[in-house]
Each structure stands twice: as C-alpha cells, then as structure tokens.
Design a protein around this ligand. Structure first.
Ligand SMILES: CC(C)(COP(=O)(O)OP(=O)(O)OC[C@H]1O[C@@H](n2cnc3c(N)ncnc32)[C@H](O)[C@@H]1OP(=O)(O)O)[C@@H](O)C(=O)NCCC(=O)NCCS
Length: 493
C-alpha cells in the first residue's frame, strides 16, 4: 500500500491514485481479482461539507448493490462462462454429465470433487437411500398446514423442522467448531448430515405433495433409484409392485442433475450467508430453500407457466411482447445474471422435453411457448439486452406434462439443489483459515444524529412510504362488523 504509481508494467498489481490526497497505492491482483479490504487503506480527511456517516477517514468502501461484480469466496465446485454458455461441475461439462452420469453420482462429484468408483458410488447411493426415512411424528407436522399452503412454504419449514431431530448436529449445542475442525469425527458428523439431507429431501417434498392431495404418507421404497423413489413416494396408492415409468424417472433424474448446482446463485449465497454464522446445516439449507422460492429464482418455472396461460395462444404473443417492452409485463424464463448468450441447460431440457412429450403427449401450452421463444429471439429488444431462454423456460412445460401442479415446480428445483447448497456449505466449513461471518457493510444515507422529540411537539409525517398503510381486517366478516360487543357495534369501537 502507498507504493509509487510506476509499478513495472506486466506485474499483477493495480495502481490507484486517490485524488483526494494525491497518494498512490499498489493493490495486488490475485486470480484476476482485487481484495475489497485493500481499498480500506485509502482514507482521506473528511471535507467540512461531508456527512460524518460517510466515515471517510476510516477508509474507502466498495459498493456493489446486488453483487454484480463481487466474488464472495474462492470455490472449486462449479464454473460458468456466461458469454460462451459454458457450465462445468468440477471441470466436467454439463452436457457430458447429463448424457453419462446420474443425479446421485453428480452429487458425489459436486460435494467431494471427483467421480466415485463403482464401490464408492454403491455405498453413497445406499447410504442416501437408507437415510430417506423420517420420524413418524413428522406426519403431524405436515398435517398442520392449511389446505392450500404453497408446497415451498411447507418444504422450507420442513427442512428447518428436520434439524430439530438432530441435536448432535447442532453447533449451538455441541460447540461452534463442530463442522470446522476437519478431523475424522467432525468430517463424519458433517457427512452424515449431508447424507440425511439429500436422502430426506425427496421424502419431505413427497410429503408436501401428498398432504396437498389428501393422501396417506408412504414409507420410502427400497430398490429404486433416487428419482424413482421420489416418484414412488408421491404417486404410490397401494398398488402391488408399483414401478414408476422409466422415461419419466430418467427425465426427472436429468432435470435433477441439471439443477444440482449453479455456483453463487441467490439460494447458494443464502445458504453460505446463513451458514457463516455457524448455524446447523438444516437451518442454512432452509434459508436456501426460502431464497429459491422467489419468482426471480426458483419460482421462475412456475411463473413461466402462469405467463403462458395468461398469453393463451400463439396469436397473442406479439401483444404480450409489446407489453414486456413497455415494462408492463416480464418475460419469465428469459434472461440471466450470468449467461449472456445461452443457458447450456436449456438445450438439454428442451431435448428432455421431447422425450417426455413422446409418452405424455404434448402440452397444450407448447405452441404458445415456441411462438414466444421464436418471436423473442428475433426481437431487437431481447437481442440487444442479450436475453435468451434460461433453464426455467422449458422445465415447467415438462413438469406440467408429467402432471405436477404449477406450485410444485419450485420444489422440483429445490430437491436437487440441496446437493449444490451442501457442496458449498461443506467447502466453506473446510476452507483454509476457517469460516468468516458474512457481514457486509452499507452506505448509510439516513438521517444524521437528531434528538428525541416529545410527543406533543411532533409534526406528523404523512408520505405513503413513510407511514403504515391502512390495512384491511380480512378475517373479519360482514356479520362480525355488524355484531355488537359490550353494547357497541364494531364501527364505534
Ligand atoms: C434473471 C434476472 C433476474 C437477471 O437480472 P439482472 O442480471 O439483474 O438483469 P437486469 O434486470 O439488469 O436486466 C438487464 C436488462 O434486461 C431487461 N430484462 C432482463 N430480464 C428480462 C425479462 N425476463 N423480460 C424483459 N426484460 C428483461 C431489464 O429490464 C434490463 O433492461 P434495461 O437495461 O433497459 O433496464 C432477469 O433477467 C429476470 O428477471 N428474468 C426473469 C425471471 C427468470 O426467468 N428468472 C430465472 C433465472 S434462472
């Protein structure tokens, strides 16, 4: 820091001159990145006109709303080249894995870094399937939800609830270094939770499904694949020797594999943010699930179908696109923070869709989806903004063709993403130098110091965003408002 500007050309440094002070700084560039904390050394005296809350004399801050260009960690798990449309898990191209691997093998790869041998895979598979059973008391938990609860609300709660069974896996009870020690016992404790979470994710999701359908719960079957077991747990109604359709089982497995990880997406970041407090992995994964629920993330596949239903037929596509361009509507399933040409997963999903449609029949929304896709891909608004279909544009159509209700689509995304969340969580627990709590800074632009105003001296603030809205009492019926209480009607109360 504070080194002269004339650092030799060709060195991995960044020369920065702070024009407030005239000082120059040489900032190291490591792996094509600079450290935000290095900029903290750039301090200057605060100008008399400047707000004290800027804390100028304490060093420069790096602002990045929405993490547009901030690398939050070093990772060995997934690589994305958004311009070239490349996605690799631990170096293996997604296309090769989709063709030759399966979800559980890919899960092993993502979490432990290499493809398992035959015996390693067998053990991994058997352990996960063995750990798919959950405590019978959980049935009451699932039955406690309202009849129309969104299955993502159920799944998010269920993941957190699951953690309550494992006090031995709770750093709040067992000591904060439970998962960070890196010794044999600590690794075994960590891996047991990973196996449990992957094994039970399908069980919890299937229970969320069955409770909505008014079905009894089933015990996870033996002898089926991960995706096959999931289908069985949702669909089995007591028939003898029930075996899920192999084409649908394979399609679901490919979709699981494609959704298993996607580097620092919003939900993985949520898992790491929450996990950085060293909370138990069930709570961290539940936080990831909550993040995935949002329509800008895992909820997009559900939003695509709602959008296609609202468009109705191919003839209505031009008017819809005009509304998108006027920013009255959003084209769900298009655009991506990282992919700026194409999402490589979308091609595999499109191919998988054809396999599924061969046996389920084409979805009635497919023609509208094709028309929308083709029109958007030719339209300058989308071309100039590099907006292409993402994985969610097509996946919802497969799920629909397979007979899943719309609001279950994000669950079909969350179940496989448990793998990615845990791969990132495990990597962070074991990273060199230990875990640092994720505690970002802010740029405070609020009121400066002011003194408390006594009630009688206050002037009412009435701007809509700065006062509470008038809320309707939705639980109160007309009859209740007309009834009297202690001799008074509600209107007078
Ligand atoms: C994924 C997404 C959140 C990425 O957001 P982002 O990286 O912050 O990109 P921006 O919102 O800055 O978009 C850049 C421009 O493209 C436009 N844009 C992005 N996605 C768009 C979409 N789906 N439909 C219409 N316009 C879109 C933005 O309005 C913006 O236009 P402007 O520069 O004229 O203001 C965004 O593309 C989106 O909302 N897509 C739809 C939801 C979706 O499919 N999510 C699943 C992701 S896997």
């Amino acid at each position: 820091m504070g080194k002269p500007l004339d650092a030799p050309l060709g060195t991995n440094t960044l020369s920065v001159r702070d024009n407030r002070t005239g000082k120059t700084y040489s900032i190291p560039i490591v792996d094509n990145s600079i450290s935000a904390t290095d900029f903290k050394a750039l301090s200057a005296p605060r100008a008399p006109s400047e707000r004290e809350e800027n804390e100028t004399e304490k060093g420069l801050r790096v602002a990045d709303k929405g993490f547009l260009n901030t690398a939050v960690l070093r990772s060995e798990i997934t690589f994305i080249d958004g311009d070239a449309g490349v996605l690799r898990y631990r170096g293996y191209p997604i296309e090769q894995l989709a063709l030759h691997s399966n979800h559980l093998e890919t899960a092993y790869l993502l979490i432990y870094g290499s493809l398992p041998t035959k015996s390693q895979f067998q053990l991994w598979h058997d352990e996960i399937m063995h750990h798919s059973v959950i405590h019978a008391d959980a049935e009451q938990f699932f039955r406690s939800f309202r009849y129309d609860a969104h299955p993502m609300a159920i799944l998010t709660s269920a993941l957190s609830y699951l953690g309550s069974y494992y006090s031995e896996a709770n750093p709040s009870l067992q000591g904060q270094n439970l998962f960070t020690k890196g010794d044999k016992t600590s690794l075994a404790t960590m891996d047991k939770q990973i196996i449990r979470l992957i094994g039970k994710a399908t069980t919890l999701a299937a229970m969320a499904y069955r409770v909505r359908q008014g079905r009894e719960f089933v015990t996870p079957p033996t002898g089926l694949s991960y995706a096959g077991s999931f289908l069985y747990q949702m669909d089995h109604l007591g028939q003898e020797n029930y075996v899920p359709n192999p084409v649908l089982e394979k399609a679901l497995d490919v979709l699981f594999l494609l959704h298993a990880d996607h580097e620092m997406n919003a939900s993985s970041t949520s898992v790491l943010q929450v996990g950085s407090s060293l909370v138990d992995p069930y709570s961290a994964v539940a936080a990831g699930c909550a993040s995935l629920y949002g329509p800008l993330h895992g909820g997009a596949n559900e939003a695509v179908i709602r959008m296609l239903i609202s468009i109705g037929k191919p003839e209505n596509v031009p008017a819809f696109l005009e509304a998108v361009k006027k920013r009255e509507k959003v084209l769900s399933g298009f655009g991506h923070r990282v992919y700026k040409t194409s999402d490589p997963r979308s091609f595999i999903v499109r191919k998988t869709a054809d396999e599924v449609f061969k046996i389920t029949g084409k979805d009635e929304l497919l023609e509208t989806a094709m028309a929308l896709h083709d029109a958007a891909m030719k339209d300058n608004y989308f071309i100039s903004r590099k907006l292409a279909p993402n994985v969610d544009f097509w996946s919802g159509l497969i799920y629909r063709a397979m007979g899943f209700p719309n609001d279950f689509f994000p669950v079909l995304f969350a179940v496989p993403r448990v793998v990615g969340w845990l791969a990132h969580w495990r990597q962070m627990m074991l990273q060199t130098g230990g875990v640092k709590i994720w505690r970002p800074r802010q740029i405070y632009v609020g009121a400066g110091k002011r003194d408390y105003v006594p009630l009688e001296d206050r002037v009412a603030v009435e701007e809509p965003k700065k006062t509470p809205s008038v809320v309707e009492h939705s639980g109160i019926s007309k009859r209740t408002t007309l009834a009297s209480f202690k001799g008074q009607t509600r209107a007078k109360l």
